[in-house]
Ligand binder design. Structure first.
Ligand SMILES: Nc1nc2c(ncn2[C@@H]2O[C@H](COP(=O)(O)OP(=O)(O)OP(=O)(O)O)[C@@H](O)[C@H]2O)c(=O)[nH]1
Ligand SMILES: [Mg+2]
Length: 325
């Protein structure tokens, strides 16, 4: 994705007096209002409604406190009516709009409940801008007036804030500032000076360096590599699932085939047994028949023998009888 902007760019002057700031955060957390207070005029549109007002990056430049201050206001994430991808494409423009890069990335967070969406917002930016962005991050706790109303101070608030927020604060070296956009002009100006002081401390810590386009390109490559790795992992998982299903299917088929073969064997055995029984029956009846014939032959022979052994009496003409032996 090529980073480009139709907005006017800074001349590229990078003297110490210059300060380039990018506002990021969830929708409605006060990015535009805070950007306006830093510039000291109503450069960006803000609104009371919960839905997103800022839909495109906008650059405001003002010379204030002897500094050339440029602020890029960005669209918020969530409740924007735009997809996260669309918002990200737009937000990425903030880097070229602050060319050669922003000294500070101000993350606005409303004091109060730090939601999962707020946490995801930060993670989303870190995914796109890389872990290196923490070096340039300052958390601006907007709606600090509510802390005052609740007799709370920022230290207590941070001490009691969710672990996910504490982790973010730790990663950006505990750089945060309470911020009240409802203050009167004079007090607002003092607050802006405090904020700029914090930003300057951060710039010093970064040896005067700023977040650069190269860092972004590096983060983009890293993200692409991560996405590729995730895609590859998903693909491998999918292939593993398909293979597992195929193996299961083959196993079932083998089982069915084995069962069928067993059934056929049982049937064949049964048919064999029937056939053997039938043959045995047939052989038995044939044996009985043969026995009968033997018996009959015996009877016949016996009768013949008896007949032959009886003396034959022949009556002669004289009335005498003689026996033939
Ligand atoms: N009470 C109070 N209200 C604030 C403060 N900061 C901002 N607001 C209000 O919160 C609302 C949202 O502020 P915006 O500056 O428009 O918020 P945003 O982050 O730019 O919102 P999107 O452009 O929609 O992403 C507005 O009504 C502001 O007046 C603050 O410190 N205290
Ligand atoms: Mg806005």
């Amino acid at each position: 994705m090529e980073v480009e902007s139709k907005q006017p760019r800074l001349s590229g002057a990078t003297d110490a007096a210059e300060l380039r700031i990018v506002m990021i955060g969830k929708t409605g957390t006060g990015k535009s209002a805070t950007g306006n207070s830093i510039l000291g005029n109503r450069e960006f549109k803000t609104c009371l409604s919960g839905s997103s007002i800022t839909t495109a990056c906008q650059l405001g430049i003002k010379t204030r406190f002897n500094r050339k201050i440029s602020v890029v206001d960005t669209p918020g994430l969530y409740d924007t009516g735009m997809t996260t991808e669309q918002v990200t494409t737009e937000i990425v423009k903030c880097i070229t709009m602050t060319a050669p890069g922003p000294h500070a990335i101000l993350l606005t967070v409303n004091v109060g409940r730090f939601t999962d969406e707020e946490h995801d917002t930060v993670k989303h930016f870190v995914n796109h801008f890389g872990e290196g962005m923490y070096n340039y991050l300052l958390v601006v706790f907007t709606r600090a007036d509510e802390l005052v109303k609740n007799n709370q101070n920022i230290t207590d608030y941070v001490r009691g804030c969710p672990q996910s927020l504490k982790e973010i604060l730790e990663l950006c070296h505990n750089r945060y500032i309470p911020y009240d956009n409802t203050l009167s002009d004079s007090r607002l100006e003092l607050q802006v000076k405090d904020l700029i002081g914090k930003v300057d401390e951060m710039v010093n810590r970064n040896n005067g360096n700023w977040y650069t386009n190269e860092m972004y390109e590096e983060a983009k490559k890293l993200m692409q590599r991560r996405e590729e790795a995730v895609k590859q992992k998903l693909k491998e998982e999918e292939q593993r699932k398909v293979k597992h299903l195929q193996d299961e299917f083959d196993k079932q088929i083998t089982l069915v085939e084995k069962k069928q073969a067993e059934q056929l064997l049982v049937q064949a055995n049964k048919a064999n047994e029937d056939r053997v029984a039938q043959l045995q029956k047939q052989m038995e009846s044939e044996r009985r028949l043969a026995q009968q014939m033997v018996d009959m032959k015996k009877e016949h022979d016996k009768a013949l023998h008896a007949a032959l052994s009886r003396p034959v009496t022949v009556t002669t003409g004289g009335g005498s009888r003689c026996s033939l032996m």
